[in-house]
Write a protein that binds this ligand. Sequence first.
Ligand SMILES: C[S@@+](CC[C@H](N)C(=O)[O-])C[C@H]1O[C@@H](n2cnc3c(N)ncnc32)[C@H](O)[C@@H]1O
Length: 368
Amino acid sequence: MPDSHSNRPPTFDAIQSRDYTAFQEFIRCSYVAVNSKVAQETYRSYFKKRNQSDEPETRETAARIMDRLPQFQLKAWSVRNLRRLKYSQPDVGIDTMVQKQSEALDEELNALIADAGDDLVLNPDIEMPDYFRWVDFHQQPGGVWRDDVDGLIYDYGRRTTNPNQSDPNKVYHLMWEYLPKGKEYKRVLDWGTGHGGGIITWMQHHPESEGYGVDIAAPCLKLAHVRAREAGLPVKFSQQDIMNMDYEDESFDMVFHMFMFHEFPQQVTPDLFKEVHRILKPGGVFIGMEIALVPDQPAQHIMQFSDAWLNNEPYMPACVEADYAAMGKAVGFSSSKAIEATQNKEALGPTAKDTPPKITWNYYVMEK
Ligand SMILES: C[S@@+](CC[C@H](N)C(=O)[O-])C[C@H]1O[C@@H](n2cnc3c(N)ncnc32)[C@H](O)[C@@H]1O
Protein backbone atom coordinates (compact mmCIF):
# COMPACT_ATOMS: atom_id res chain seq x y z
CA MET A 1 0.00 0.00 0.00
CA PRO A 2 1.30 3.47 -0.76
CA ASP A 3 2.00 5.47 2.39
CA SER A 4 -0.19 8.58 2.27
CA HIS A 5 2.37 10.61 4.25
CA SER A 6 5.18 10.18 1.76
CA ASN A 7 5.75 9.53 -1.90
CA ARG A 8 6.72 5.90 -1.26
CA PRO A 9 5.56 3.85 -4.26
CA PRO A 10 3.87 0.47 -3.83
CA THR A 11 7.08 -1.34 -4.80
CA PHE A 12 10.27 -1.94 -2.86
CA ASP A 13 11.84 1.52 -3.01
CA ALA A 14 13.48 4.15 -0.85
CA ILE A 15 11.50 7.23 0.13
CA GLN A 16 12.55 9.88 -2.36
CA SER A 17 12.25 13.53 -1.38
CA ARG A 18 11.34 16.26 -3.82
CA ASP A 19 14.89 17.63 -3.49
CA TYR A 20 16.32 14.24 -4.40
CA THR A 21 14.06 13.82 -7.42
CA ALA A 22 14.82 17.34 -8.65
CA PHE A 23 18.56 16.88 -8.22
CA GLN A 24 18.59 13.56 -10.08
CA GLU A 25 16.56 15.14 -12.89
CA PHE A 26 19.19 17.88 -13.09
CA ILE A 27 21.87 15.17 -13.39
CA ARG A 28 19.91 13.32 -16.10
CA CYS A 29 19.34 16.46 -18.17
CA SER A 30 22.98 17.48 -17.78
CA TYR A 31 24.07 14.07 -19.09
CA VAL A 32 21.82 14.43 -22.08
CA ALA A 33 23.36 17.83 -22.83
CA VAL A 34 26.92 16.60 -22.32
CA ASN A 35 26.45 13.52 -24.50
CA SER A 36 24.64 15.38 -27.27
CA LYS A 37 25.30 19.10 -27.63
CA VAL A 38 28.65 19.29 -25.83
CA ALA A 39 29.94 16.16 -27.58
CA GLN A 40 28.77 17.50 -30.93
CA GLU A 41 30.49 20.86 -30.36
CA THR A 42 33.63 19.00 -29.30
CA TYR A 43 33.70 17.10 -32.60
CA ARG A 44 32.95 20.25 -34.57
CA SER A 45 35.85 22.15 -32.96
CA TYR A 46 38.06 19.12 -33.35
CA PHE A 47 37.47 18.86 -37.09
CA LYS A 48 37.96 22.60 -37.53
CA LYS A 49 41.42 22.33 -35.97
CA ARG A 50 42.06 19.04 -37.68
CA ASN A 51 41.43 20.56 -41.11
CA GLN A 52 44.11 23.17 -40.40
CA SER A 53 46.71 20.52 -39.60
CA ASP A 54 49.15 18.83 -42.00
CA GLU A 55 49.86 15.95 -39.64
CA PRO A 56 48.32 12.56 -40.40
CA GLU A 57 45.25 11.81 -38.27
CA THR A 58 46.22 9.25 -35.64
CA ARG A 59 45.14 8.73 -32.05
CA GLU A 60 48.19 10.63 -30.90
CA THR A 61 47.48 13.69 -33.05
CA ALA A 62 43.76 13.49 -32.22
CA ALA A 63 44.51 13.36 -28.48
CA ARG A 64 46.78 16.38 -28.78
CA ILE A 65 44.06 18.45 -30.46
CA MET A 66 41.29 17.19 -28.19
CA ASP A 67 43.21 17.92 -25.02
CA ARG A 68 43.33 21.61 -25.82
CA LEU A 69 39.65 22.03 -26.70
CA PRO A 70 37.56 23.77 -24.02
CA GLN A 71 34.57 21.66 -25.11
CA PHE A 72 36.51 18.44 -24.50
CA GLN A 73 37.69 19.74 -21.13
CA LEU A 74 34.12 20.65 -20.18
CA LYS A 75 32.89 17.23 -21.27
CA ALA A 76 35.59 15.46 -19.26
CA TRP A 77 34.87 17.56 -16.17
CA SER A 78 31.16 16.87 -16.52
CA VAL A 79 31.44 13.12 -17.06
CA ARG A 80 33.58 12.71 -13.95
CA ASN A 81 31.71 15.07 -11.68
CA LEU A 82 28.11 14.50 -12.74
CA ARG A 83 28.60 10.81 -12.04
CA ARG A 84 30.27 11.50 -8.70
CA LEU A 85 27.54 13.94 -7.65
CA LYS A 86 24.83 11.61 -8.85
CA TYR A 87 25.89 9.03 -6.28
CA SER A 88 27.62 11.03 -3.57
CA GLN A 89 26.19 14.56 -3.32
CA PRO A 90 25.28 15.11 0.36
CA ASP A 91 21.57 14.37 0.99
CA VAL A 92 20.51 14.04 -2.63
CA GLY A 93 23.07 11.65 -4.16
CA ILE A 94 21.67 8.17 -4.76
CA ASP A 95 24.15 6.49 -2.43
CA THR A 96 23.72 9.07 0.33
CA MET A 97 19.92 8.99 0.06
CA VAL A 98 19.67 5.18 0.13
CA GLN A 99 22.34 4.63 2.79
CA LYS A 100 20.46 6.94 5.17
CA GLN A 101 17.48 4.58 4.96
CA SER A 102 19.53 1.41 4.85
CA GLU A 103 18.40 -0.03 8.17
CA ALA A 104 14.73 0.02 7.19
CA LEU A 105 15.46 -1.00 3.59
CA ASP A 106 17.64 -3.96 4.63
CA GLU A 107 14.91 -5.19 6.94
CA GLU A 108 12.22 -4.83 4.27
CA LEU A 109 14.36 -6.46 1.57
CA ASN A 110 15.25 -9.44 3.72
CA ALA A 111 11.60 -9.91 4.72
CA LEU A 112 10.63 -9.83 1.04
CA ILE A 113 13.10 -12.56 0.08
CA ALA A 114 12.46 -14.75 3.14
CA ASP A 115 10.22 -17.18 1.24
CA ALA A 116 12.06 -17.06 -2.10
CA GLY A 117 12.92 -20.77 -1.96
CA ASP A 118 14.84 -21.91 -5.03
CA ASP A 119 13.87 -18.77 -6.97
CA LEU A 120 16.81 -17.10 -5.23
CA VAL A 121 19.89 -19.17 -4.44
CA LEU A 122 22.62 -17.22 -2.66
CA ASN A 123 26.14 -18.35 -1.82
CA PRO A 124 27.54 -16.41 1.16
CA ASP A 125 30.94 -18.14 0.70
CA ILE A 126 31.45 -17.00 -2.88
CA GLU A 127 34.79 -15.33 -3.58
CA MET A 128 34.83 -12.05 -5.47
CA PRO A 129 37.48 -12.06 -8.22
CA ASP A 130 40.14 -9.35 -7.72
CA TYR A 131 39.28 -7.60 -11.00
CA PHE A 132 35.76 -7.07 -9.63
CA ARG A 133 36.46 -6.54 -5.96
CA TRP A 134 38.79 -3.54 -6.19
CA VAL A 135 36.96 -1.32 -8.66
CA ASP A 136 34.07 1.02 -7.80
CA PHE A 137 32.58 0.73 -11.30
CA HIS A 138 30.72 3.84 -12.50
CA GLN A 139 31.87 5.55 -9.27
CA GLN A 140 29.18 3.72 -7.28
CA PRO A 141 30.82 3.90 -3.83
CA GLY A 142 31.88 0.41 -2.70
CA GLY A 143 30.60 -1.30 -5.86
CA VAL A 144 27.45 -3.39 -6.14
CA TRP A 145 28.16 -6.28 -3.80
CA ARG A 146 28.96 -5.11 -0.25
CA ASP A 147 25.69 -3.86 1.27
CA ASP A 148 22.16 -5.20 0.86
CA VAL A 149 21.03 -1.84 -0.56
CA ASP A 150 23.68 -1.83 -3.33
CA GLY A 151 21.26 -3.41 -5.81
CA LEU A 152 18.76 -0.61 -5.27
CA ILE A 153 21.48 2.02 -5.70
CA TYR A 154 22.58 0.38 -8.93
CA ASP A 155 19.01 0.20 -10.22
CA TYR A 156 18.41 3.92 -9.55
CA GLY A 157 21.79 4.75 -11.06
CA ARG A 158 21.17 3.01 -14.39
CA ARG A 159 18.10 5.15 -15.02
CA THR A 160 20.23 8.22 -15.63
CA THR A 161 23.09 6.45 -17.42
CA ASN A 162 23.51 6.88 -21.14
CA PRO A 163 21.99 5.22 -23.19
CA ASN A 164 19.23 4.46 -20.71
CA GLN A 165 17.92 7.92 -20.00
CA SER A 166 14.48 7.65 -21.53
CA ASP A 167 13.57 3.98 -21.09
CA PRO A 168 16.06 1.85 -19.17
CA ASN A 169 14.72 -1.38 -20.71
CA LYS A 170 14.67 -0.31 -24.36
CA VAL A 171 18.26 -1.52 -24.81
CA TYR A 172 17.14 -5.13 -24.36
CA HIS A 173 14.49 -4.91 -27.08
CA LEU A 174 17.00 -3.35 -29.48
CA MET A 175 19.35 -6.27 -28.85
CA TRP A 176 16.75 -9.04 -29.25
CA GLU A 177 15.94 -7.76 -32.74
CA TYR A 178 19.24 -9.41 -33.69
CA LEU A 179 18.29 -12.85 -32.36
CA PRO A 180 18.47 -15.48 -35.10
CA LYS A 181 14.90 -16.18 -36.29
CA GLY A 182 13.20 -19.57 -36.43
CA LYS A 183 14.66 -20.87 -33.16
CA GLU A 184 12.85 -21.67 -29.95
CA TYR A 185 14.21 -19.78 -26.94
CA LYS A 186 12.72 -21.78 -24.16
CA ARG A 187 15.40 -21.83 -21.47
CA VAL A 188 17.04 -18.41 -21.27
CA LEU A 189 19.84 -17.08 -19.05
CA ASP A 190 20.63 -13.42 -18.31
CA TRP A 191 24.43 -13.51 -17.89
CA GLY A 192 25.37 -10.90 -15.24
CA THR A 193 21.76 -10.00 -14.61
CA GLY A 194 22.44 -7.21 -12.03
CA HIS A 195 19.08 -5.64 -11.13
CA GLY A 196 17.31 -8.30 -13.26
CA GLY A 197 15.88 -5.77 -15.75
CA GLY A 198 16.92 -7.85 -18.78
CA ILE A 199 15.41 -11.18 -17.84
CA ILE A 200 12.28 -9.54 -16.36
CA THR A 201 11.74 -7.69 -19.67
CA TRP A 202 12.29 -10.93 -21.61
CA MET A 203 9.79 -12.84 -19.46
CA GLN A 204 7.18 -10.11 -19.80
CA HIS A 205 7.23 -10.71 -23.56
CA HIS A 206 7.95 -14.46 -23.52
CA PRO A 207 5.99 -15.89 -20.59
CA GLU A 208 6.35 -19.37 -22.10
CA SER A 209 10.15 -19.26 -21.46
CA GLU A 210 11.95 -20.42 -18.33
CA GLY A 211 13.96 -17.43 -17.15
CA TYR A 212 17.23 -17.56 -15.23
CA GLY A 213 19.54 -14.83 -13.97
CA VAL A 214 23.09 -15.28 -12.73
CA ASP A 215 25.28 -12.73 -10.99
CA ILE A 216 28.05 -12.64 -8.43
CA ALA A 217 26.52 -9.85 -6.33
CA ALA A 218 23.92 -10.91 -3.75
CA PRO A 219 22.44 -7.39 -3.28
CA CYS A 220 21.64 -7.21 -7.00
CA LEU A 221 20.08 -10.67 -7.00
CA LYS A 222 17.94 -9.91 -3.96
CA LEU A 223 16.57 -6.84 -5.69
CA ALA A 224 16.14 -8.72 -8.99
CA HIS A 225 14.10 -11.38 -7.19
CA VAL A 226 11.86 -8.75 -5.56
CA ARG A 227 11.36 -6.96 -8.91
CA ALA A 228 10.46 -10.25 -10.65
CA ARG A 229 7.92 -11.00 -7.93
CA GLU A 230 6.45 -7.52 -8.18
CA ALA A 231 5.99 -8.18 -11.89
CA GLY A 232 4.43 -11.58 -11.13
CA LEU A 233 7.13 -13.42 -13.09
CA PRO A 234 8.84 -16.66 -12.11
CA VAL A 235 12.61 -16.21 -12.58
CA LYS A 236 15.34 -18.30 -11.00
CA PHE A 237 18.19 -16.14 -9.77
CA SER A 238 21.44 -17.57 -8.54
CA GLN A 239 24.66 -16.17 -7.12
CA GLN A 240 27.60 -17.62 -9.00
CA ASP A 241 30.83 -16.58 -10.64
CA ILE A 242 30.16 -16.87 -14.38
CA MET A 243 33.62 -18.36 -14.71
CA ASN A 244 32.30 -21.58 -13.25
CA MET A 245 28.52 -22.06 -13.17
CA ASP A 246 26.62 -25.03 -11.77
CA TYR A 247 24.22 -25.27 -14.74
CA GLU A 248 24.31 -28.54 -16.65
CA ASP A 249 26.06 -28.94 -20.01
CA GLU A 250 23.87 -28.07 -23.00
CA SER A 251 20.99 -26.81 -20.89
CA PHE A 252 20.16 -23.33 -22.33
CA ASP A 253 18.70 -22.21 -25.67
CA MET A 254 19.92 -18.65 -25.24
CA VAL A 255 22.31 -16.75 -23.01
CA PHE A 256 22.16 -12.96 -23.28
CA HIS A 257 24.26 -10.19 -21.83
CA MET A 258 24.12 -6.42 -21.61
CA PHE A 259 27.11 -4.15 -20.83
CA MET A 260 29.14 -7.15 -19.67
CA PHE A 261 32.32 -7.60 -21.76
CA HIS A 262 33.88 -4.36 -20.50
CA GLU A 263 33.58 -5.63 -16.93
CA PHE A 264 36.39 -8.15 -17.45
CA PRO A 265 40.10 -7.97 -18.11
CA GLN A 266 40.96 -9.57 -21.45
CA GLN A 267 42.87 -12.45 -19.81
CA VAL A 268 39.68 -13.99 -18.36
CA THR A 269 37.31 -13.50 -21.31
CA PRO A 270 38.12 -16.66 -23.36
CA ASP A 271 37.44 -18.86 -20.32
CA LEU A 272 34.15 -17.04 -19.68
CA PHE A 273 33.14 -17.73 -23.29
CA LYS A 274 34.08 -21.42 -22.95
CA GLU A 275 31.81 -21.68 -19.92
CA VAL A 276 28.88 -20.16 -21.83
CA HIS A 277 29.58 -22.51 -24.75
CA ARG A 278 29.43 -25.45 -22.34
CA ILE A 279 25.95 -24.63 -21.00
CA LEU A 280 24.39 -23.85 -24.40
CA LYS A 281 22.49 -26.53 -26.31
CA PRO A 282 23.71 -27.28 -29.85
CA GLY A 283 22.28 -24.45 -31.97
CA GLY A 284 21.98 -22.26 -28.86
CA VAL A 285 22.67 -18.54 -29.08
CA PHE A 286 24.96 -16.24 -27.06
CA ILE A 287 23.91 -12.66 -27.79
CA GLY A 288 24.73 -9.30 -26.27
CA MET A 289 25.57 -5.69 -26.63
CA GLU A 290 28.83 -3.90 -25.91
CA ILE A 291 30.24 -0.41 -26.38
CA ALA A 292 32.48 -0.13 -29.45
CA LEU A 293 34.79 2.15 -31.40
CA VAL A 294 33.77 3.65 -34.73
CA PRO A 295 36.36 2.35 -37.23
CA ASP A 296 38.78 4.98 -38.58
CA GLN A 297 37.61 7.78 -36.27
CA PRO A 298 40.55 8.54 -33.93
CA ALA A 299 38.69 11.45 -32.32
CA GLN A 300 35.85 9.13 -31.30
CA HIS A 301 38.41 6.69 -29.89
CA ILE A 302 39.94 9.41 -27.73
CA MET A 303 36.49 10.42 -26.49
CA GLN A 304 35.66 6.79 -25.69
CA PHE A 305 38.91 6.13 -23.81
CA SER A 306 38.52 9.35 -21.86
CA ASP A 307 34.93 8.45 -20.87
CA ALA A 308 36.09 5.01 -19.75
CA TRP A 309 38.76 6.33 -17.38
CA LEU A 310 36.58 9.14 -16.06
CA ASN A 311 33.86 6.65 -15.36
CA ASN A 312 35.94 4.03 -13.50
CA GLU A 313 35.75 1.49 -16.32
CA PRO A 314 39.36 0.29 -16.32
CA TYR A 315 38.76 -2.68 -18.64
CA MET A 316 36.83 -0.69 -21.26
CA PRO A 317 39.81 0.58 -23.33
CA ALA A 318 41.01 -2.99 -23.99
CA CYS A 319 37.44 -4.19 -24.45
CA VAL A 320 36.61 -1.77 -27.26
CA GLU A 321 39.76 -2.88 -29.10
CA ALA A 322 39.13 -6.62 -28.66
CA ASP A 323 37.95 -8.97 -31.39
CA TYR A 324 35.21 -10.83 -29.52
CA ALA A 325 33.81 -12.37 -32.69
CA ALA A 326 37.17 -14.12 -33.26
CA MET A 327 37.28 -15.12 -29.59
CA GLY A 328 33.84 -16.72 -29.96
CA LYS A 329 35.03 -18.78 -32.94
CA ALA A 330 38.19 -19.78 -31.08
CA VAL A 331 36.20 -21.33 -28.22
CA GLY A 332 34.05 -23.35 -30.63
CA PHE A 333 31.00 -21.29 -31.67
CA SER A 334 30.14 -22.35 -35.21
CA SER A 335 29.22 -18.80 -36.16
CA SER A 336 30.26 -15.65 -34.36
CA LYS A 337 29.82 -12.11 -35.59
CA ALA A 338 29.94 -8.49 -34.49
CA ILE A 339 27.20 -6.26 -35.87
CA GLU A 340 28.00 -2.56 -35.79
CA ALA A 341 25.08 -0.45 -34.59
CA THR A 342 26.41 3.09 -34.55
CA GLN A 343 23.72 5.72 -34.76
CA ASN A 344 24.18 9.16 -36.32
CA LYS A 345 27.60 8.21 -37.64
CA GLU A 346 27.62 11.28 -39.85
CA ALA A 347 27.86 13.44 -36.72
CA LEU A 348 31.38 12.11 -36.16
CA GLY A 349 32.84 13.04 -39.53
CA PRO A 350 34.48 16.20 -40.81
CA THR A 351 31.18 17.26 -42.37
CA ALA A 352 29.38 16.92 -39.03
CA LYS A 353 25.70 17.45 -39.60
CA ASP A 354 23.38 19.03 -37.09
CA THR A 355 22.71 15.73 -35.34
CA PRO A 356 24.28 14.84 -32.02
CA PRO A 357 26.65 11.86 -31.96
CA LYS A 358 25.13 8.85 -30.26
CA ILE A 359 26.86 6.23 -28.19
CA THR A 360 28.27 3.47 -30.39
CA TRP A 361 28.05 -0.22 -29.80
CA ASN A 362 28.25 -3.67 -31.35
CA TYR A 363 25.88 -6.58 -31.07
CA TYR A 364 27.69 -9.89 -30.74
CA VAL A 365 25.80 -12.91 -31.99
CA MET A 366 27.36 -16.35 -31.53
CA GLU A 367 25.71 -19.68 -32.38
CA LYS A 368 26.86 -23.03 -31.06
C1 LIG B 1 27.43 -3.51 -15.83
S1 LIG B 1 26.59 -4.67 -14.86
C2 LIG B 1 25.46 -5.33 -16.06
C3 LIG B 1 24.08 -5.46 -15.50
C4 LIG B 1 23.00 -5.96 -16.41
N1 LIG B 1 23.45 -6.97 -17.35
C5 LIG B 1 22.23 -4.87 -17.14
O1 LIG B 1 21.55 -5.24 -18.10
O2 LIG B 1 22.25 -3.70 -16.77
C6 LIG B 1 27.70 -5.97 -14.62
C7 LIG B 1 27.17 -7.08 -13.73
O3 LIG B 1 28.09 -8.17 -13.82
C8 LIG B 1 28.23 -8.76 -12.56
N2 LIG B 1 29.50 -9.51 -12.56
C9 LIG B 1 30.75 -9.02 -12.69
N3 LIG B 1 31.65 -10.02 -12.64
C10 LIG B 1 30.95 -11.17 -12.50
C11 LIG B 1 31.31 -12.54 -12.39
N4 LIG B 1 32.59 -12.94 -12.46
N5 LIG B 1 30.33 -13.46 -12.25
C12 LIG B 1 29.02 -13.08 -12.21
N6 LIG B 1 28.62 -11.79 -12.31
C13 LIG B 1 29.57 -10.84 -12.45
C14 LIG B 1 28.16 -7.57 -11.60
O4 LIG B 1 27.82 -7.97 -10.29
C15 LIG B 1 27.12 -6.69 -12.26
O5 LIG B 1 25.82 -6.94 -11.77
